[in-house]
Design a protein around this ligand. Structure first.
Ligand code: ADP
Ligand code: MG
Length: 281
């Protein structure tokens, strides 16, 4: 197996977000989605952005995707500023309808390859390779509406990985699945990662999912999202869900996000923001 000892890789992080603040302009004024968010993602990371709904997780992913620009701060991929979308960053969404219904599974997986200039034969070979990897070889010629939610999620993952992105961006990809299918998909994603060691940035609002899927977790405070803490979680997986250590880690994250520590941190953030505003001319 071709596995890089990613813990030993030196030098620049693959992805570096520094002081990222993102605002939306709306009819009622400016909405601040994230405030001064910094993190590094290293090659081979399963990096999780975890926080309550509305804390700016999708916004951060869209900025990394190059779809929106931060108001302040910078985002570098392999040392270069992110200025636009590109095939080195592929997003997998939660929605089941991310697959055009008029294309078969194989055509869906081939489509982004073909539209970025991959020759047809190679696109087909790569598509079939990844369709097999996610266990759907018997469904290569099926249309999306004939597939279950879990199978559609697998197609979306195969389509993304076939592009061999520098980083796979996943925005609550399993949130709409039933609990058992969701678990199964977490397991399969883990197995795919063990084999291919891609880099992923995974967004979730579920503490358990973050611990199971991630090797590092960035905790974001409620709206606007600020970094609360970063946690190592490489020791946890589906096998450890429910263990005392797992429960303790989940409890600690819960307190950091919602407990007294979180309240105190929120008050400090607000005071700092007021001070910064007062300091402005
Ligand atoms: P999350 O993914 O963590 O649930 P989002 O990134 O979707 O959070 O949203 C963060 C904040 O930005 C929310 O308060 C949301 O209402 C706001 N927001 C998101 N998209 C837009 C938009 N297009 N226009 C205005 N406000 C938005
Ligand atoms: Mg979201």
């Amino acid at each position: 197996m071709n596995v890089l000892p990613f813990q030993l890789v030196q030098g620049e992080p693959l992805l570096r977000a520094s002081g990222v603040t993102i605002d939306y302009a709306s009819a009622r004024g400016t909405v601040r989605a994230t405030q001064d968010v910094s993190f590094d993602v290293w090659r081979g990371d399963r990096f999780v952005l975890l926080g309550p709904s509305g804390c700016g997780k999708s916004t951060l992913l869209k900025a990394i995707g190059g779809f929106i620009a931060p108001r302040a701060g910078s985002m570098l991929l392999e040392g270069r500023p992110i200025l636009a979308p590109g095939p080195d960053r592929i997003v997998v969404f939660q929605e089941f309808d991310q697959l055009p219904p008029w294309k078969t599974v194989k055509q869906n997986v081939m489509f982004p390859l073909l539209s970025t200039g991959t020759p047809k034969r190679e696109a087909e070979a790569r598509a079939l390779h990844w369709i097999a990897k996610v266990g759907l070889e018997r469904f290569a010629d099926a249309f999306p509406h004939t597939l279950s939610g879990g199978m559609k999620a697998r197609v979306a993952i195969a389509r993304a990985l076939a592009m061999q992105p520098a980083v796979l961006l996943m925005d609550e990809p399993f949130a709409a699945l039933d609990a058992l299918t969701r678990r199964r998909m977490q397991e399969e994603l883990q197995a795919l990662w063990e084999e291919a060691r891609f880099t992923m940035l995974f967004v979730t609002h579920s503490i358990e999912e973050a611990l199971v899927v991630g090797n590092r977790i960035l905790l974001l405070s409620p709206h606007p999202g600020r970094v609360r803490a970063e946690i190592n979680s490489h020791q946890f997986g589906l096998h450890s869900a429910g263990s005392p250590e797992f429960q303790a880690a989940a409890g600690r994250i819960h307190r950091l996000l919602f407990g007294e520590e979180a309240d105190a941190a929120a008050r400090r953030d607000e005071a700092a923001a007021r001070q910064a505003q007062g300091a402005q001319p």
